[in-house]
Each structure stands twice: as structure tokens, then as C-alpha cells.
Design a protein around this ligand. Structure first.
Ligand code: FAD
Ligand code: NAP
Length: 476
């Protein structure tokens, strides 16, 4: 075929990116005259005189019935043809329908219609030309049928956060032709930029060296991928969101002195692992000091390590780490635990776990890498040293939700609550990732205290972007 068959999304893409002339044929597989016209149309697409100027496409009438209302294509019968000029200029996109005609056409009658149009719009030009890329169309007259102008502005989406959830969301929204701005926050790339090798992100793995990608490299790739599809990154932190239901553009982001307006917002601001707050901590992150057992436990096969904390996370991580480590000390500052009974019992029954209670870490041992911890007894205040190959801190996470406090509902630990996580009777929308404010969507660790993995965050970003796209389309 010398013409392309377009789907709905391709047509939307044309409106927003093209500044060419197109002949569009609307037909259907069940329509006999359309099937007869298709070879003629195909021949026209190869042999027409305006080869460098006009492109030919085909759209299925059955899947584009709304085009009459949406774009002004009046199609009383099929096949029907339109000569259309797209006018995308990077900000606004519209198109003009220049000629419309229906029924079966011979090659000659088809060419004649194009000749008529181009000679009227540019009388000086010889209609037989095969090269007319610089035609001045200012003389286009209104005598032609169906003059119609539809103006479309691309909907705008702000993505707050540039971790796996934010960047995945950006890839999806940008590919869906939404004007996408990523506000990276102060940790561009998110939590994974604070770690070394990522071994559990599917596909980000070298089959030759059998090694995963480094966290910062993986995040840089995600960012490049999002930017390739048109997303724009802005290195700044969002301070707040103003909402005006009556305004044409509902959301205004506070970017520290500057304000930007958006049609929809995806919050993907993640959660930060709580750190102990003792001296030297930053220097040891990734060098024997970790916040994620699933991520880094594998590196401690046959080693002696410690988990700090007394909640479910600490129990879970300690149990998990016994798969690799020879011995796991569970260090907790009290004798009572926040952990659930079942999790606590499971840890207690594990022969590789030894509980060290009423002890709080006050210092690291080691120069370049952690070699142990200095502990202080909470009752006697005595200090002691414990030699270790690695330390995993599991004392909770803090979701980065301060900038929407009081605006969006959160659980008792500050995690946002998308519709899908609310009891059915409290849901106000069928969009699972939407907050209680229509147009604000939520993705990744900022709403997920259970899984907290790069791949689950990326999956959340994908879902939020798809919900955003559908919700925006519903608003039109
Ligand atoms: P984050 O990655 O937390 O990103 C949040 C983003 O929001 C950041 O860019 C931040 O700058 C931005 N932000 C925050 N507040 C604002 C604001 N007000 N305005 C604008 N932007 C803001 N998972 C794995 O699957 N495999 C691993 O090997 C692995 N290793 C890990 C190692 C470490 C040391 C840590 C800490 C985590 C690890 N994880 C791992 C977990 C994984 O990193 C997270 O689950 C994932 O990054 C969550 O992605 P996210 O996009 O939801 O949030
Ligand atoms: P958590 O329940 O808040 O427990 C944090 C633990 O860290 C507490 O024992 C706390 O000690 C200790 N801690 C806090 N700050 C410390 C510090 N500076 N130094 C030393 N210790 C410190 O957090 P979590 O374990 O991450 O659990 C969070 C939520 O996720 C909980 O609701 C939990 O049930 C849930 N979760 C569930 C599962 C599961 O069901 N499989 C797994 C993980 C988490 P104190 O007790 O003395 O304050």
C-alpha cells in the first residue's frame, strides 16, 4: 500500500506534529464501494502530481465515528475523502479541511479535484508541476467546500518526582502526546541513584558479564528515554499545588517564587528511608550500610551482618537476609517490638538470627567500608563494639508528602491513598491511581509502603500515566 492506515492515536499525533497536506480517506471493511476505491486510492498515492506536497492516509470509519463531533468531518456516506492542511507549530495545533468529496472516483476525477484546489489556491502555479514545496497558500479562497478550523492545545501534565515511577509516567504521558514536565526534586533519579548495582530490574542486566546496571546509570537511561519522547525535566522542588476548579487550567504548581499551570498532576515524590542520624552515616551508604535488604542482601553471602529496627520491616529483612548471610544480628533499642507477633516469632525461630536488645548504634567502625558498629546500652549506657560485614537499617520510611499536607488525605505515616487503596464505599472515582482531587494522580513509593521496589514504582507510574491520559480525554 502506498498510503498509511491510521489509528485514532496516529491521527491525534498528526494534528499535534504535522504541518503537511494530507488526503484522508474514510472507509470500512464492510463497505463494497470502499473496497473498490482502495486500489484507485493506492494508485493515486503513488502517481499523483503533488507527490512532494500531499500525503495519503486511510481511517476506519467505524472507529472514528466521533470525528464528526470532535473534528468536524462530516461523513454522510463512505467512502469519503478530505484534503486537510495540518498546522502544528509546537504550541498550538489545528487543521483546515480544504475539500471534501464522496463516492467512487476515477483516478482522473480525483486528480482533477486536487488540481482545482491547488490552482485556485495558487493561480500562478502550473497545475502539472510535480514540485511545489514552497507554494504560497495565502490566496486560498473560501469558495471551497467545508472550510473548518479546529484548534487543539496539547494537555499539560506535571510529574512531581524523577524516580522510577515519575520517569516511567513521563515516558507514557509524553508518548501519549501530553505536554510533560518532570520536576525532579532535589534527588534527580530518586532513591536508586544512592545505590550501586541493581540486579532485579528486569532487562537492565548484561548477559555477558552477568551484572545488573548501576542505579545512577539506569535512572539516567530512564530520563533520556522520557526526554526522547518530548518530556522536559526541570531540576527543582515543588513547594505546593494550588487548585482552582473554575480555571481553564486547574493546577498551579509552586516552584519557589515561580508558578506554572497544568491540566493534570502526577505525584511520584517517593519515600525516603529513615536513617539513624549518627555521625559518618552518609559516607557509608552503599559501602556496608544499606536500607534495602531485597536490593543489597545478595552481596552478603556467607557474611555476618546486622539489621537495625524493631518493626515488621526489620523482622522481614532479617529473615530474608538469612538466605545469604551466615549470621544476622537483630539490633533493637528496646525489648518491646512494634513488629506483629507472627513476624516477630518467625524471626525468633530462625536459628541464624540473634537478637541484641536494648542497644542503639551510636557510631560506625571502619574507614572506607563498614567493619562494625559501636552500640550503646539503653539501660546501662555502656558502650560495646560488634564486628560486622554489613548493616541494614530498617527503621521506617518517610514519604515525601509534606508539600500536599492538609490537601490530600494520608495514612497515619504520611503515605498518600489512591482510590484503589480505599474501601469501595469511600471511592469517588474509577481511576485507581487518582487521589480524591480529580486530576491529581499518585504513583510509586509515595503510596506504597509494602513493596517499595523500583519495578513496582515503575508499574505505578505506568498506571498513573494511563489514568491521567484517559481522565484528560474524558474532560474534553
Ligand atoms: P523515588 O525513587 O524515591 O523518587 C522520588 C523522587 O521524587 C525523587 O526524584 C525526588 O527528588 C522527588 N521529589 C521528592 N519530593 C519532591 C518535591 N517536593 N518536588 C519535586 N520532586 C520531589 N529497589 C529495587 O527494585 N532494586 C534495588 O536494587 C533497590 N535498591 C535500593 C537501594 C537503596 C539504597 C534504596 C534507598 C532503595 C533501593 N530500592 C531498590 C528501592 C527503590 O529505589 C524504590 O522503590 C524506588 O526508587 C521508588 O521509586 P519512586 O519513583 O516511587 O520514588
Ligand atoms: P515501624 O513499624 O515504624 O518500626 C520502626 C522501628 O524502627 C521501631 O521498632 C523503632 O523503634 C525503630 N527505630 C525508629 N527510629 C530509630 C532510630 N533512630 N534508631 C533505632 N531504632 C529506630 O516501621 P516499619 O517496620 O518499616 O513498618 C512500617 C509499616 O509497614 C508498619 O505498618 C508495618 O506493619 C508495615 N510492614 C508490614 C510488613 C508485612 O506485613 N510483611 C513488612 C514491613 C512493614 P521503637 O519501637 O523504639 O520506636
Amino acid at each position: 500500500m502506498n498510503y498509511n492506515t491510521l489509528e485514532d492515536k496516529d491521527f491525534i499525533n498528526l494534528i499535534s506534529t504535522s504541518s503537511d497536506y494530507y488526503v484522508i480517506m474514510f472507509g470500512a471493511s464492510w463497505c463494497g464501494p470502499c473496497q473498490i476505491m482502495k486500489p484507485v486510492y493506492d494508485e493515486l498515492a503513488t502517481s499523483h502530481k503533488y507527490q512532494k506536497l500531499v500525503k495519503f492516509v486511510y481511517l476506519d470509519r467505524d472507529t472514528t465515528r466521533h470525528y464528526n463531533q470532535d473534528y468536524g468531518f462530516e461523513i454522510p456516506t463512505i467512502p469519503r475523502f478530505f484534503l486537510v492542511k495540518f498546522e502544528a507549530n509546537g504550541i498550538f495545533s489545528h487543521f483546515n479541511i480544504k475539500i471534501s468529496f464522496g463516492g467512487s472516483q476515477s483516478l482522473d476525477s480525483f486528480n482533477q479535484k486536487l488540481d482545482d484546489y491547488f490552482s485556485i489556491s495558487n493561480p500562478q502555479k502550473n497545475a502539472n508541476t510535480t514540485e511545489s514545496p514552497n507554494i504560497d497558500f495565502s490566496e486560498i479562497t473560501n469558495t471551497l467546500t467545508n472550510m473548518n478550523t479546529i484548534t487543539h492545545k496539547k494537555p499539560t501534565v506535571a510529574i512531581i518526582g524523577s524516580g522510577p515511577s515519575g520517569l516511567t509516567a513521563a515516558i507514557y504521558t509524553a508518548r501519549a502526546e501530553l505536554e510533560t514536565t518532570i520536576y525532579t526534586g532535589l534527588e534527580p533519579g530518586g532513591q536508586l541513584t544512592t545505590t550501586t548495582e541493581i540486579e532485579n530490574f528486569p532487562g537492565a542486566w548484561d548477559a555477558t558479564t552477568k551484572a545488573g546496571m548501576m542505579g545512577p546509570d539506569l535512572m539516567q537511561l530512564m530520563q533520556k528515554q522520557a526526554e526522547h519522547f518530548g518530556a522536559k525535566s526541570v531540576l527543582t522542588e515543588i513547594r505546593g499545588i494550588e487548585i482552582d476548579d473554575k480555571a481553564e487550567t486547574k493546577f498551579t504548581l509552586d516552584i519557589g517564587g515561580k508558578k506554572e499551570k497544568f491540566d493534570a498532576v502526577i505525584i511520584a515524590s517517593g519515600a525516603s528511608a529513615k536513617y539513624l542520624g549518627i555521625a559518618g552515616e552518609e559516607k557509608f551508604v552503599g559501602k556496608g550500610y544499606h536500607t534495602c535488604a531485597t536490593c543489597d542482601g545478595f552481596f552478603y553471602r556467607g557474611k555476618i551482618i546486622a539489621v537495625i529496627g524493631g518493626g515488621d520491616s526489620a523482622m522481614e529483612e532479617a529473615n530474608f537476609l538469612t538466605k545469604f548471610a551466615e549470621k544476622v544480628y537483630l539490633i533493637h533499642r528496646r525489648e518491646e517490638f512494634r513488629a506483629s507477633k507472627i513476624m516477630l516469632e518467625r524471626a525468633r525461630e530462625n536459628p541464624k538470627i540473634e537478637f541484641v536488645l536494648n542497644k542503639a548504634p551510636i557510631d560506625f567502625m571502619g574507614d572506607e567500608e563498614v567493619t562494625g558498629l559501636v552500640l550503646k546500652d539503653s539501660i546501662t549506657s555502656q558502650t560495646s563494639e560488634l564486628n560486622l560485614d554489613g548493616v541494614f537499617v530498617a527503621i521506617g520510611h518517610i514519604p515525601n508528602t509534606g508539600f500536599v499536607k492538609g490537601q490530600l488525605s494520608m495514612d497515619e505515616t504520611g503515605y498518600l491513598i489512591p482510590q484503589a487503596k480505599r474501601p469501595p464505599e469511600e471511592r469517588t472515582s474509577h481511576y485507581g491511581t487518582m487521589s480524591e482531587i480529580p486530576g491529581i494522580f499518585i504513583a510509586g513509593d509515595v503510596e506504597d509502603k509494602t513493596y517499595r521496589q523500583a519495578i513496582t514504582a515503575a508499574g505505578g507510574g505506568c498506571k498513573a500515566a494511563m489514568d491521567t491520559e484517559k481522565w484528560l480525554a474524558d474532560q474534553e
